[in-house]
Ligand binder design. Structure first.
Ligand SMILES: C[S@@+](CC[C@H](N)C(=O)[O-])C[C@H]1O[C@@H](n2cnc3c(N)ncnc32)[C@H](O)[C@@H]1O
Length: 359
């Protein structure tokens, strides 16, 4: 089912095989809705029937949900952090209460291997190699690029905004509204903003009051430092609701089945192995937990252009980037990693996908 929202033409599709967006827009009647997603009182409602999903705007009052979240927040801050080597829970030594402000100077110890992980001024170091003195590891370019101080500084100062100009990304606010609709079933739970960069969405999740804890996770220490700076600069930021963690997406430092939601904006194409990453996401999600991600896709008639197929292959070999998977490949990836109920929303090369851990 396609819908036009403002200037955007969307194809929303719970079963990617059923609808090819390039033909669907022409063949099927359009569901028109011109209310902009950025309207402060507007939210996108995604409701699924057997074969279609409708995206429409309505006004919803988040107050009740927020109240409920703050009442149960302490109860829900369960022990989710785990050793990235053993996957067993880590014991926290530091000030009581897990928050961005209590990370500095505290440490986490694995109950099994006894390895200790330390918090620095901005984040917890929870990579498997953390603490190694002589061993250093380099990831593919698509990961290393974001570790540089320059890219970390520029990311929210023009870099991210450029995705809208050439990639069809709707922009931070609209993406956030859409994401929230997919996350509705897990409001009140915890959320991992995986590959958060400088935390543009992590900060929105924390400020929304819709989650008991937000974990802003990235491999780039400079991105996490930038995220911390943004948090510090913002008046009345709810610091008690967020922690920053450095970790590899393919080795997540969380207890199995402990996470209610994982969000990964514009990141899947940067991961060295999307299958290792999605398998990890599936491991940490609790039954009924939700995965939402955005990325670039290339399919439809473009799939048959041989030159583009080759280009995609070279890009992967040189940069390690899985940019331009097809929607069918994304659905297959989720399914292969044990996630069900694949749904997508697309606009040109932009796609937002969602899938759930079976209950
Ligand atoms: C294009 S940015 C996306 C940031 C943000 N989520 C957004 O929506 O704009 C991709 C991010 O993926 C992170 N990343 C790349 N490889 C990673 C890995 N192996 N583990 C965790 N994060 C990784 C990068 O550091 C970078 O911050």
């Amino acid at each position: 089912m396609a819908t036009i929202v403002g200037n955007w033409s969307w194809v929303v599709n719970p079963r990617s095989r059923l609808i090819n967006p390039y033909t669907a827009i022409r063949k099927r009647p359009l569901f028109l809705n011109t209310a902009p997603l950025t309207s402060p009182s507007a939210s996108v409602s995604v409701s699924a029937s057997t074969s279609t999903v409708f995206v429409e705007t309505n006004s919803s009052d988040p107050v009740d949900v927020e109240k409920e979240v703050s009442n149960s927040a302490d109860k829900k801050k369960k022990n989710i952090l785990a050793c990235p080597i053993c996957y067993d829970p880590v014991a926290w030594t530091g000030e009581p209460g897990l928050s961005v402000e209590s990370v500095s100077g505290s440490s986490l110890q694995c109950s099994t291997c006894r390895k200790t992980y330390f918090g620095n001024e901005t984040h917890f170091e929870l990579t498997a190699a953390s603490g190694a003195k002589n061993y250093g590891e380099f990831m593919p370019i698509a990961t290393e690029l974001f570790r540089t101080p320059l890219v970390s500084f520029l990311y929210e100062r023009g870099w991210r905004q450029s995705f809208s100009a050439w990639g069809g990304f709707p922009g931070k606010e609209k993406e956030f509204e859409l994401t929230k609709k997919f996350l509705e079933p897990v409001f009140g739970g915890n959320i991992v903003d995986a590959s958060c960069a400088s935390g543009l969405f992590s900060r929105l999740f924390a400020k929304s009051g819709l989650f008991s804890l937000v974990v802003a996770l990235d491999y780039s220490e400079n991105m996490l430092r930038q995220c911390y700076e943004f948090i510090k600069q913002e008046e009345n930021f709810p610091k008690e609701n967020i922690i920053l963690v450095r970790a590899d997406i393919a080795r997540l430092p969380f207890v199995s089945s402990s996470i209610d939601a994982v969000h990964a904006g514009a990141a899947l194409h940067c991961w060295p192995s999307p299958s290792a990453a999605v398998a990890e996401i599936s491991r940490v999600l609790r039954p009924g937990g939700v995965f939402v991600a955005t990325t670039y896709i290339l399919d439809g008639p473009f799939t048959f252009v041989p030159f583009l197929r080759d280009l995609r292959q070279y890009t992967r070999q040189i940069s390690g980037s899985y940019v331009f998977l097809s929607e069918r490949e994304l659905e297959d990836l989720c399914k292969a990693c044990g996630l069900v109920g694949f749904t997508s929303v697309r606009n040109g090369a932009f796609v937002m996908i969602s899938a759930t851990k079976p209950t």
